[in-house]
Design a protein around this ligand. Structure first.
Ligand code: ADP
Ligand code: F6P
Length: 328
């Protein structure tokens, strides 16, 4: 192996830059030439590929977003786009590619492997929804950001005896909601993996009122809906329902921090994890391993076949959920 490339794909996540930095520096230390691909698969298909030096990634460890830029690439879903991507890798003499992204990006990576490319995935998504590993790059930062938002809302909730419904990101999964809900001391946590109903939420609020509780913090995962997963139901739908079904003394507000959760400087934990993932990805390429995602499981770096990493979603930690309810 002489030449490797790295790209970031799907939604950006804090720590992606630290992972690219590690790929560049670990790769170059192993005498590889390292190329950066701009705009994910879009850039791979359209030949936006440039060699990177160690100084190109100076000051990247601490920055959020993706300096290589991310994209969602419609062409990559087509065989013709995938073939163009593989052709571009060959034309640039690239023997190995590191794809930093989420499960969608890994589905794309698996297609490139089928067409003869050598690809390793590194888990870059705030959602922490990838099966086979315990953590994704950016999750810790997103949880900390949402915890901060809950803290801020708590002040007004307490001062005005209000009920707040805060919506967490996470696509189809409730990991951010659960972790930030627990760390922010939420009173009610609603995730798409565990069925709930609006009536139950109102009953919980009323029960809390009867216990003398004056304000209520509810964290609801994006798409948590009323049953398992409903993309058309958001925090404001629940606000409306609570407002219409509780006494006038209960005042309810909604808050959607949205993409604020995806931005910002990565936490120390995300920087360290991203660096370990970058190193593990280069190490896999050097050992001629192909078609796997690197990531952490039970404290160890592991390699998971891309087909396993793209099957279903990582389940919610039921014990942690029960604990969050127990202490609320
Ligand atoms: P994430 O990687 O964060 O899950 P997406 O699901 O949006 O983000 O996927 C990122 C990109 O990966 C898509 O825009 C597309 O270019 C590529 N991709 C996703 N699924 C597939 C697939 N089944 N086949 C080929 N490419 C795919
Ligand atoms: O996958 C990361 C994520 O931020 C999800 O939590 C969210 O559902 C989705 O991306 C939002 O995507 P977009 O940036 O296209 O609105």
């Amino acid at each position: 192996m002489r030449n490797i490339a790295v790209l970031t794909s799907g939604g950006d996540s804090p720590g992606m830059n630290a992972a690219v930095r590690a790929v560049v520096r670990v790769g170059r230390a192993a005498d590889l030439n390292v190329f950066g691909v701009r705009r994910g698969y879009e850039g791979l298909i359209h030949g936006e590929i440039e060699e990177m030096s160690n100084s190109d990634v100076s000051n990247w460890v601490n920055s959020g977003g993706s300096k290589l830029e991310c994209a969602r690439s419609p062409e990559m879903y087509e065989l013709s786009g995938q073939q163009r991507a593989v052709r571009n890798l060959r034309e640039h003499g690239i023997d190995g590619l590191v794809v930093i992204g989420g499960d969608g990006s890994f589905r794309g990576a698996a297609k490139l492997v089928e067409l003869g490319a050598h690809v390793i995935g590194a888990p870059g998504t705030i959602d922490n929804d990838i099966p086979g590993i315990d953590n994704t790059i950016g999750f810790d930062t997103a949880v900390n950001t949402l915890t901060y938002c809950i803290n801020q809302l708590r002040d007004t909730a307490e001062s005005h005896q209000r009920t707040f419904v805060v919506e967490a990101m996470g696509r189809h999964s409730g990991h951010i909601a659960l972790h930030a809900g627990l760390s922010g001391g939420a009173d009610i946590i609603l995730v798409p993996e565990i069925a709930w109903s609006q009536q139950e939420v109102v009953a919980m609020v009323e029960s809390r009122i009867s216990q003398g509780k004056k304000f209520h913090l509810i964290v609801m995962a994006e798409g948590a809906g009323e049953v398992i997963y409903n993309p058309d139901y958001d925090a404001y739908d629940l606000v409306k329902y609570i407002d219409e079904n509780t006494p006038a003394t209960v005042t309810v507000r909604g808050c959607m921090p949205g993409h604020i959760q995806r931005g910002g400087a990565p936490t120390a934990a995300d920087r360290i994890y991203a660096t370990r993932c970058g190193k593990a990805a280069v190490s896999a390429l050097l050992r001629n391993v192909n078609g796997v995602m690197v990531g952490e499981l039970n404290g160890q770096m592991v390699e998971v076949p891309l087909e396993n990493a793209t099957q279903g979603s990582r389940p919610i930690d039921r014990e942690l959920y029960d604990l969050a309810i127990e202490v609320s």
